[in-house]
Design a protein around this ligand. Sequence first.
Ligand SMILES: *Cc1c(COP(=O)(O)O)cnc(C)c1O
Length: 380
Amino acid sequence: MNNSKIWLSSPHMGGNERNFVQEAFDTNWVAPLGPNVNGFEKDLENYLGNDSHVGALSSGTAAIHLGLILLGVQAGDVVICQSMTFSASANPILYLGATPVFVDSERETWNLCPIAMEAAIVDSIAKGKKPKAIIAVHLYGMPFKVTEIKTVADKYQIPILEDSAEALGSLYKGQKCGTFGAIGILSFNGNKIITTSGGGAIVSTNKEVKEKAIFLATQARDNAPHYQHSQIGYNYRMSNICAGIGRGQMEVLDKHVSLRRKMHDFYQELFQNVAGITVFESPNADYVSNHWLTAIVVDSDKTNGITAEQIRLVLEQENIECRPLWKPMHLQPIFEKYAYYGTQVAETLFVNGLCLPSGSNLVNEDRARIKKVFLELMQL
Ligand SMILES: *Cc1c(COP(=O)(O)O)cnc(C)c1O
């Protein structure tokens, strides 16, 4: 067997990406606007359905930043944020000088716990600071408890910014993730389910959100022949080259979702009779995850003492990439001074969890290598 690197999640081109990029060169649309940008937005709007309006941006982080601005978040405001996530979910709160309040996960979807979230909201209101927005994440592609979270958000009339960076192609009760929040965001970073080499998008059923996001993302130029500005602008638009890659990727999105889901099936089968290793899976049929990454939780009391970290190191030796789960934000040096509501759910997952190679481009030989390591390690 060869020993080439098996990645957690690497770019997987489908074929037509080059043609769209070539067309951009041929027509000299080498700029942060052009037919690929409009075409990619249309493709995403058709894919998401639900009257979505999509603005293509330079990154998912940029989309969260603009999303918070469009929800009216300003310096001094409080924003609720899922603690167990990538830091890009939370950083834009600080860009705006607002204050994050972190909330624990529940055990079923690993996303925002509605009970802890309500406690955070009630406390903030008691302190005279009703939260301006809730950042809810579909972690690893698993939809959060949309109904329960929306019920609490609606009760206090707080808009949801839906971080769907990892969940393009996931569904909750038949509806595509990215379309549930007042504003949704997507990411097309190199490690995501599809990539534009780097990019993101803002999603809303409100057409005005798209228009305003594009306005802010192109330096907030007022309608005048000279450069006239009455608001702070940003340079956050997606380029026509990147959008060309995105158009090619849209042609293979569904196929890549099904291949990621097959990787998840592979791990479920591998670990089905292994004591102490649990594959993270949907609580019920309402939740359809794209399984961007397959994650496991290791109970070392039942694995003869083998821990998640030991598994990670053994895989690393075999040139197989795997990662601990996202370290919760309330445990990060940059965020630890902010309020946190919850118990130890996210923290315990972080200690015992592991993300395994999940790319849509993995082949039988890769799976055989992964399987062999586990068979030896667990002495199956
Ligand atoms: C990747 C990611 C982002 C940020 O997206 P970029 O396009 O890399 O800026 C935000 N939130 C989550 C949960 C992510 O995984």
